[in-house]
Write a protein that binds this ligand. Structure first.
Ligand code: DGL
Length: 287
C-alpha cells in the first residue's frame, strides 16, 4: 500500500535468472507488489547456470546486474539460486542499487518454518556445491542440521512442460528419498524451477514437511525494505513489465505465459550482454 506522504520511486525493479524459471519468482513477487514495474532478464543464451563453475556463474551474474543497472532499475533481484550462491564473491556494496539474493530470505523462512531444526535443500549442483544455503542457515542458527540434495534433472523437465508427468513424479520421489531418510521437517525449494513442481514435491515428501518457496520470501523481504524506506514504492497508476532474453526462441512467450499464469504478457525483447573481464574490479580476489 502506498502512503501519499512517503517518497516514491517509479523506476522498475530488475529481475534476472539464467532462463525463464525466474518467472515463477516474478509471478509471486508481482502479486505481492502489484504497483511496481518490472524488468525481467532471462540469460537464455547461457542457460543453464546450475551446471557451471562458480567463477563462470559469478561473471555472468555481474554482467547481468550491470546490464539491469544500466537499464535504470531501482533494485536488482537475483532470482536464480545458482547465481545467488556466488554473490558473496562480488563487491555489491559498490553498486548504486541494492541487490537481493534469494538465499538469505529462503534461509530465514526455513528457520521460521522448522521446528525440529532438520532442514533439507533441493537445488542445482552449483547451488548445492556452493553450500550457500548451509552457510546462510548456520549464520542464523549454528545448531541447525542441513541436508542437501542436488536435483539436476528437474530443471529440464520443467522447461519441457512436464510438471505433472508421472516420469517427473518418479524422479522427484527418488531425489527426496535421502532427505526423508534424514527426517527433515522443512524443505527449501532452492531453484527457480521447483515452485512449478511444488504439488509433486509436496506429494512426494508428505504433508508434514513444509516447503519453502524463495519467491514468497523475497517478496516479504522487499516489503520490509519498502517499510524501512531502504527502497521506495512506485506510485505509478499503470505499472510496466518488460521481458528481455539473451536468446529468443519461438516457444518462449508461451512458456512465459505458462510460468506466470498470465496470458497478457508482452513478448520477449532480445538483449546483448557482454561478459565482464575476469579482472573486473567488482569481482573479489580478481586483482
Ligand atoms: N535458475 C537456476 C537456479 O535457480 C536453475 C536453472 C539453471 O541451472 O540455470 O538455480
Amino acid at each position: 500500500m502506498t502512503q501519499s506522504s512517503a517518497p516514491n520511486d517509479s523506476r522498475p525493479i530488475g529481475f534476472f535468472d539464467s532462463g525463464l524459471g525466474g518467472l515463477t519468482v516474478l509471478r509471486r513477487v508481482r502479486e505481492l507488489h502489484p504497483a511496481e514495474s518490472w524488468i525481467y532478464l532471462g540469460d537464455t543464451a547461457r542457460l543453464p547456470y546450475g551446471t557451471k563453475s562458480p567463477d563462470t556463474i559469478r561473471r555472468y551474474s555481474l554482467a547481468n546486474i550491470l546490464k539491469l543497472q544500466s537499464l535504470g532499475v531501482k533494485a536488482v533481484v537475483v532470482a536464480c539460486n545458482s547465481a545467488s550462491s556466488t554473490l558473496d564473491s562480488l563487491h555489491l556494496e559498490q553498486l548504486s542499487v541494492p541487490v537481493y539474493n534469494v538465499i538469505d530470505p529462503g534461509a530465514e523462512a526455513a528457520l521460521v518454518a522448522s521446528e525440529t531444526r532438520r532442514i533439507g535443500v533441493l537445488g542445482t549442483r552449483a547451488t548445492v556445491q556452493s553450500k550457500a544455503y548451509v552457510r546462510a542457515l548456520h549464520r542464523r542458527d549454528p545448531n541447525v542440521l542441513v541436508y542437501q540434495q542436488a536435483a539436476p534433472l528437474l530443471v529440464p523437465l520443467v522447461e519441457e512442460g512436464w510438471e505433472e508427468d508421472p516420469v517427473t513424479n518418479l524422479i522427484i520421489y527418488r531425489y527426496v528419498q535421502p532427505l526423508l531418510a534424514a527426517q527433515i521437517d522443512t524443505l527449501i525449494m532452492g531453484c527457480t524451477h521447483y515452485p512449478a513442481l511444488a504439488p509433486g514435491i509436496q506429494r512426494a515428501v508428505g504433508l508434514d514437511i513444509r516447503l519453502v518457496d524463495s519467491a514468497e520470501a523475497i517478496g516479504h523481504q522487499l516489503e520490509k525494505d519498502f517499510q524501512t524506506l531502504r527502497l521506495q514504492r512506485s506510485a505509478l497508476q499503470s505499472p510496466q513489465l518488460r521481458l528481455f532474453a539473451t536468446d529468443a526462441s519461438p516457444q518462449m512467450d508461451a512458456t512465459a505465459q505458462r510460468l506466470m499464469k498470465d496470458a497478457n504478457l508482452p513478448s520477449f525483447e532480445g538483449i546483448d550482454i557482454e561478459l565482464v573481464p575476469a579482472q573486473h574490479e567488482l569481482l573479489k580476489g580478481s586483482k
